[in-house]
Design a protein around this ligand. Structure first.
Ligand SMILES: [Mg+2]
Length: 179
């Protein structure tokens, strides 16, 4: 909706749309990568007894907060940022795993190395989430879906973890002056 104003004579004026650049916007291919239940999946990977079980990464203490929940725990309504006591009430068999951020950081570095095989334009959002601009990419793969599939396969080979839920391809029109 363009901005509107009322002139002193009562007529309504409509703001003109001012072009921000002479150059037309160009389409960029962006892949959004988000690891599945990242911290909880790392704990299940490294502790086989946690596999297939509801796991919350975090402290069960009274003031504890869930940092990540496994899929099994999510089925009970447990999610990250939930107070641990609430989580334990929702999911009676919930297993709390102490966070190991140094391990999550190391896995994150492995994943970023895989991204770097394809592009230098990486915008990390958190340890397990990033936007990759693959419009031009190091391996000259024309289709973003193919790059996403390669990244997903490599991540699984290298880390044993999945990013299957979190691969979204965005075709963003971005004015040329912003890149
Ligand atoms: Mg994630």
């Amino acid at each position: 909706m363009p901005a509107q104003g009322r002139r002193s004579d009562g007529k309504i004026t409509r703001a003109k749309t001012i072009p921000m650049t002479e150059e037309p916007a160009r389409q960029r291919k962006i892949i959004h990568v988000d690891m599945d239940a990242f911290f909880a999946s790392v704990e299940q990977r490294d502790n086989p007894e946690l596999r297939g079980k509801p796991v919350a990464v975090g402290s069960p203490a009274a003031r504890g907060v869930v940092a990540a929940a496994s899929y099994e725990a999510r089925q009970f309504g447990v999610h990250s940022a939930m107070a641990s006591i609430v989580a334990a009430r929702k999911c009676p068999g919930l297993i709390f795993a102490p966070p190991r951020f140094e391990v999550y950081r190391a896995v994150s570095a492995q994943i970023r190395e895989i991204f770097a095989e394809h592009t230098d334009l990486i915008e990390p959002l958190s340890l397990d989430e990033a936007y990759l601009d693959v419009t031009t990419n190091h391996q000259n793969i024309p289709v973003a879906t193919d790059i996403a599939n390669q990244i997903r396969t490599r991540i699984f080979e290298v880390t044993g973890l999945t990013a299957s839920d979190g691969m979204t391809i965005l075709h963003a029109y971005v004015p040329a002056y912003t890149w």
